[in-house]
Write a protein that binds this ligand. Structure first.
Ligand SMILES: *[C@@H]1O[C@H](CO)[C@@H](O)[C@H](O)[C@H]1NC(C)=O
Ligand SMILES: *[C@@H]1O[C@H](CO)[C@@H](O)[C@H](O)[C@H]1NC(C)=O
Ligand SMILES: *[C@@H]1O[C@H](CO)[C@@H](O)[C@H](O)[C@H]1NC(C)=O
Length: 377
């Protein structure tokens, strides 16, 4: 009786315990994963819905692990989020891939993390038109941190009546904007000038060059860059050169006026000396932000030239273009020239002394012979 009673209690307890500890061991993947192009020339949204069947979440958290990349990239970007939407910039000339899984963790899983299978999606922007109608040699320069100039060559085969258009977008603009100041060659748009882009600096700058012809559309091209990496500064200003007695050459200049923050520039200074025989060779030095430099010695020279140019530095940009050179040429008197001058002076003076001596000697002779003052003649 006692033993039976204990058995019944044990059975009930066992049932109760296992019943209360039904833990989740699996979870469904998110559904309806989509990659959405809002028309911002490279900025895409990745969206999904929660798993269709979710357990009653008893003190459990649900998160998503999102991975995405452009086809060809070696690495996936990984994001953990509780939201159902994520946006980032992509290269629209490539296919975009995304995958997402559900992560469940908490009391309902006995504190271990449960992962669902992956949901997958890909996206490719439609690319109408023939490949040969696509523009070539696209490049942009952000002149003096003030004006963006982009240029391109028209496609290899341009259909009749073809017209290219330039659109751009950066975070802060509601939608893609078309260029208002085109550069034209042979009556066709082949570039664009843009100003007042302060708000676009240090952000992804998305560009699309597309277009249409009488019969068909032109194959669009997509580009993404950052303005601060395309800066070509104006040349430095007020270059001045002075030469000290010990032949030190002091060079000083000012940063270019305009949009480039002065602390964003490094400089290259070069000194060339033309010895009259060989071609000038340039000795160079770099400075970080400083606007002066001293060459300790200048050699065997007639004419020397100093030139300086600037470029954005690593504190402000990843890369940039060199400015044009500012050049100043000047004359350095030569050491051996001074010696030659000295030699000629010595020779001339010795010669005069010699002549005076001879004259004096002749005069003495004559006065001895004649006795009277004929020396006056
Ligand atoms: C829950 O987790 C604890 C500690 O990790 C473990 O000892 C226990 O057996 C788990 N229970 C179940 C039902 O898996
Ligand atoms: C070019 O792209 C812009 C921006 O996405 C779009 O508004 C326009 O319709 C496109 N033009 C053509 C001819 O496809
Ligand atoms: C002068 O000549 C020395 C030795 O040939 C050389 O090291 C130095 O760079 C030269 N200086 C300049 C300014 O050309």
């Amino acid at each position: 009786m006692d033993i039976q009673w204990i058995c019944v209690v044990t059975i009930i307890l066992t049932w109760f315990c296992t019943g209360s500890s039904i833990h989740q061991t699996s979870v469904d993947p998110p559904h309806n994963l989509q990659i959405i192009d809002p028309g911002l020339l490279g900025y895409l949204y990745i969206e999904w819905h929660p798993p269709s069947s979710l357990p009653v979440l008893d003190q459990c958290t649900i998160r998503y692990k999102l991975k995405y990349r452009s086809t060809g990239d070696a690495d996936w970007k990984v994001v953990f989020t509780k939201k159902l939407k994520y946006g980032d910039g992509f290269d629209l000339s490539k296919t975009t891939e995304a995958k997402v899984q559900t992560l469940l963790e908490g009391r309902c899983t006995n504190a271990s993390e449960i992962q669902s299978d992956w949901a997958h999606a890909t996206f490719q922007v439609p690319s109408p038109g023939e490949l040969e109608s696509q523009i070539r040699d696209f490049h942009c320069v952000y002149y003096n941190w003030e004006q963006l100039t982009c240029t391109w060559q028209v496609g290899q085969r341009v259909p009749p009546g073809a017209c290219y258009e330039f659109y751009y977008w950066y975070e802060g603009l509601e939608c893609a904007v078309q260029c208002e100041d085109y550069i034209q060659t042979h009556g066709r748009n082949a570039g664009c000038h843009l100003r007042n882009l302060r708000q676009a600096e240090y952000l992804d700058f998305n560009v699309c060059v597309n277009g249409s012809s009488e019969a068909t559309r032109l194959r669009p091209s997509y580009f993404t860059f950052r303005l601060q990496n395309l800066v070509k500064p104006s040349p430095p200003e007020k270059l001045s050169v002075s030469i000290a007695a010990d032949k030190e050459v002091h060079v000083a200049w000012s940063p270019p006026g305009g949009g480039v923050p002065p602390n964003c520039l490094d400089y290259e200074v070069q000194l060339a000396e033309d010895d009259g025989y060989a071609d000038a060779t340039w000795v160079f030095a770099s400075t970080q932000m400083e606007t002066a430099f001293t060459f300790s010695q200048s050699n065997r020279s007639h004419v020397s030239c100093v030139r300086v140019r600037g470029k954005t530095n690593m504190f402000c940009a990843d890369k940039g273009f060199w400015s044009e050179w500012t050049q100043e040429c000047f004359y350095v008197s030569r050491k051996d020239e001074k010696q030659l001058f000295l030699l000629i002076t010595v020779v001339l003076s010795s010669l005069s002394v010699f002549i005076i001596l001879i004259l004096a000697a002749r005069c003495k002779k004559k006065s001895k012979k004649g006795g009277s003052g004929q020396c006056d003649e």
